[in-house]
Design a protein around this ligand. Structure first.
Ligand SMILES: C[S@@+](CC[C@H](N)C(=O)[O-])C[C@H]1O[C@@H](n2cnc3c(N)ncnc32)[C@H](O)[C@@H]1O
Length: 205
């Protein structure tokens, strides 16, 4: 496995041991459980865990929903980095939900709730202050799934690749329909010396 990058200690602070335990278990069992492809194992820290943790400073104390958490990216990683924030991980696949619940217990994450559902079927109460998603779907599909789960004034934070500007253009209609405003694309990572990543940020009316 890849050596732990120096950005990890900066992002996780005194939670680094918990992050190490998660990465070790994911490296050990992630492929066998169908959570992560074999090509991803040598870049688990940089490409996945540090990448996910870059969003930690953007979170506010409150309730954050992570849509389509999969192996826990970014949901579990953010819950490790931000024990002061409550997380609800929304994931439909049974095996992934079992993994998320197991990790929640093993890592002692009392700030995590796992909900087995698709976002469009999730019954959440109370609503979300912020929502995160990574590699779930294009903005034109994702925004309508997530908007009904959010409080007024809540914030969407979605990891996006190089195609984010084109996705925003394609999503113009749903952005108007759901009355999103203060839309911006952030580039994160350069301050901790790691690969940069782009994040779509928008506020719900
Ligand atoms: C490509 S994986 C990405 C997983 C993780 N976010 C990551 O970055 O590695 C997409 C995940 O979204 C979940 N998913 C797909 N459609 C969804 C929906 N409508 N609501 C919630 N989760 C969904 C899938 O089950 C899967 O775990």
């Amino acid at each position: 496995m890849e050596q732990e990058p120096s950005a990890a200690a900066l992002l996780f602070g005194d939670r680094i041991e918990v992050a190490r335990a998660f990465v070790a278990d994911l490296a050990d069992r992630g492929e066998q459980l169908g959570l992560i492809g074999p090509l991803e194992l040598p870049r688990l820290w940089t490409r996945h865990v540090v990448n996910s943790a870059l969003m930690a400073p953007l979170l506010r104390p409150g309730r954050v929903g992570d849509i389509g958490s999969g192996a826990g990216l970014p949901g579990l990683v953010l819950a490790i980095a931000r024990p002061d924030v409550d997380f609800v991980l929304i994931e439909p696949m049974e095996r992934r939900v079992a993994w998320l619940n197991e990790q929640k217990d093993l890592l002692g994450l009392t700030n995590v709730e796992v909900v087995r559902a698709r976002a469009e079927d999730a019954q959440l109460s109370p609503w979300l202050d912020q929502a995160t998603a990574r590699a779930v779907s294009a903005l034109s599909k994702l925004i309508p799934l997530v908007a009904p789960l959010m409080k007024s004034g809540g914030e969407m934070l979605f990891f996006k690749g190089a195609s984010v500007d084109a996705e925003i253009e394609k999503a113009a209609k749903v952005i108007r329909k759901h009355r999103l405003h203060d839309i911006e694309v952030l580039t994160l990572g350069s301050d901790v010396g790691t690969e940069t990543t782009r994040v779509f940020r928008a506020t719900v009316d």
